[in-house]
Design a protein around this ligand. Structure first.
Ligand code: TXA
Ligand code: MG
Length: 337
């Protein structure tokens, strides 16, 4: 199959591919998604095939506004509308009880469904034109870092999808925050662009799923099935070093070996001459770090490095999302200095 390149002028064409059962790469503010008609089980199965995704990992549905929630969800709590008013369109996915018309293929048989309204005008316009909810996981092959540009998505999906709509680089760079509203108190299943602190302002108390901060023990189940997989894994083993940035840079400098790759903040790049280095942005700018983390991890797959050392930001704000992705890439191999 030849993968067509589409732009913001091709909204009707993208919508037509979706309604006829095809797969379209869609830009969002978080990462690129692999979209299909979320009411068409066969199209949804094709997503799993293109990604090599385990069948027990449910997909989320993308809608153009909160007015569509009632079509696919029931028993919607007022908190869902309060969150939508504050954060939609934006990087927040809400888990809600689903209506029967949402296919099992989307929810992996769960009685809940993840709902998201992306902050990307063209993508919302495509959804409106198709008049169907768009099921879309991140547009990577399962186990690889999520794509934050159309080119990165094509590395994994060229020839496997009908089209990709190029909307430029993603503004947030890590996948959406996932909040489960079917439990009390609401539970953060995945940290992202909407921060835990912001959620607490609207919801009061929020519980953090243990899978966000640590490796699950054998037999332990995270609430978001996808959080149990070793994600975002570069080919070389990753060691995350946490602490004050000057100390973590010094620690890496002392312990790295010839041929190791380094992921560091801009200020420390000069400490690692002769090593492949990917910078995340300034130490004090976690939003920049979020934009760069997946490209940094992806870039090492093109190089033959023995190991990768990464400086880690603090857990606050969007830093919680960056550390979560880094820790998962490292299989939670973390050193505190
Ligand atoms: O930013 C995003 O959310 C991107 C863009 C494309 O929108 N999408 C994305 O989808 O990251 P995906 O499939 O890569 O990650 C969705 C996560 C998975 O970990 C999945 O297990 C979890 O959401 N999930 C989906 N439905 C769920 C449900 N009903 N209950 C609990 N977790 C769910
Ligand atoms: Mg994903």
């Amino acid at each position: 199959m030849e993968t067509q390149r589409l732009t913001a002028h091709d909204i009707e064409r993208a919508a037509g591919i979706l309604t006829s059962g095809g797969l379209v790469g869609i830009p969002t503010e978080t990462v690129y998604g692999l979209g299909a008609n979320g009411l068409d089980p066969e199209a949804v199965h094709a997503i799993f095939e293109a990604k090599g995704r385990p069948q027990d990992n449910p997909l989320i549905l993308h809608i153009p506004d909160a007015g569509w929630l009632e079509r696919y969800c029931r028993d919607i709590p007022p908190a869902a509308y309060a969150l939508a008013r504050r954060f939609w369109p934006g990087p927040l996915t809400m888990i809600l009880p689903r209506r029967p018309l949402v296919p099992d293929a989307v929810t992996a048989g769960l009685d809940t469904v993840g709902m998201r309204c992306p902050a990307c005008d063209v993508t919302r316009e495509v959804i409106v034109a198709a008049d169907v909810p768009v099921a879309a996981p991140s547009g990577n092959t399962s186990g690889r870092p999520s794509p934050t540009t159309a080119a990165a998505m094509l590395e994994d999906m060229e020839g496997k999808i009908d089209a990709i709509l190029d909307g430029g680089p993603c503004a947030v760079g890590v996948e959406s925050t996932i909040i489960d509203l079917t439990v009390t108190p609401p539970r953060l299943l995945r940290p992202g662009g909407v921060t835990l602190e912001e959620l607490e302002e609207v919801l009061g108390s929020v519980e953090v799923d243990p899978a966000v901060r640590r490796l699950m023990a054998p037999g332990e189940q995270p609430k978001a099935p996808g959080m149990k997989y070793r994600h975002y894994a570069p080919k070389a083993p990753v060691t995350v070093v946490k602490g004050e940035p000057g100390c973590t840079a010094a620690y890496i400098q002392l312990n790295m070996e010839e041929g190791d790759g380094i992921i560091c903040f801009d200020e420390y790049r000069h400490l690692f001459p002769g090593h492949p280095v990917e910078t995340l942005g300034p130490a004090a700018d976690p939003a920049a770090q979020a934009r760069h983390i997946f490209e940094a991890l992806r870039s090492f797959d093109h190089l033959s490095v023995a190991g990768i050392w990464a400086q880690s930001p603090e857990d606050a704000g969007i830093g919680l999302a960056v550390t979560n992705r880094l820790n998962k890439a490292a299989g939670f191999h973390i050193i505190r200095v």
